[in-house]
Design a protein around this ligand. Structure first.
Ligand code: IMP
Length: 184
């Protein structure tokens, strides 16, 4: 854990513990960046940041890429400010890019039930991209309701509600540099 992580813990006493430290995250993101750079040597992929939670990951990940790429943003909602997925995905903000015949990498914060990403992939497939892959910081595999192929995963985590590194509770705590668990 870094000094910064400890500072945040002191400031937010309701955080029970750090699950993944900022150092671990940064190291893993660099590895994923290398993997993606290797896989897309002959292409200019579009990295689609799924707002709001994926913004820190997109920013860190793209700075670790050694291949040309573009970024775009999309907002979908499946949670209602609480901790349970509604299972209904609503497009709140659509892409500006035309993804037809393009290689798309969906950049997500977390895959939980898998319902959001599964619906989103189905929707984007109708626009005929050349390929769609998924990159996510964390995978809560045990909570999965839909089997979705994931290509670039930072960490597998237990079935706990987590905050930080883009992940919110009631729109707060996205700014934490680590991923933590709140006190019950
Ligand atoms: P899914 O549809 O259940 O896979 O959920 C996807 C979305 O739910 C993510 O993009 C997050 O915004 C949110 N989410 C799921 N689990 C958590 C969590 O533990 N903390 C914060 N947000 C979460």
């Amino acid at each position: 854990m870094t000094f910064d992580d400890q500072e945040y813990l002191n400031r937010y006493p309701f955080i029970d513990k750090v699950l993944i430290s900022s150092e671990e995250i940064q190291l893993r993101v660099r590895q994923l960046g290398n993997e993606i750079s290797n896989d897309y040597k002959d292409s200019v992929p579009i990295l689609v940041c799924i707002l709001k939670g994926a913004y820190p990951f997109l920013a860190d990940l793209t700075r670790c890429l050694s291949v040309d790429h573009e970024v775009d943003f999309m907002a979908v909602s499946s949670y209602d400010g609480g901790t349970q997925s509604t299972g209904v995905v609503k497009i709140e903000k659509d892409l500006k890019s035309n993804i037809t015949n393009r290689d798309v990498i969906l950049v997500e914060d977390i895959i939980d039930t898998g319902l959001t990403i599964d619906n989103l992939i189905d929707l984007l497939k109708t626009r005929n991209p050349r390929s769609i892959r998924v990159a996510a910081v964390v995978d809560k595999k045990i909570a999965r309701k839909k089997d979705v192929p994931l290509h670039y995963i930072g960490f597998e985590i237990p079935n706990e509600f987590v905050i930080g590194y883009g992940l919110d509770y009631d729109e707060k705590y996205r700014n934490l540099p680590f991923i933590g668990i709140m006190k019950a």
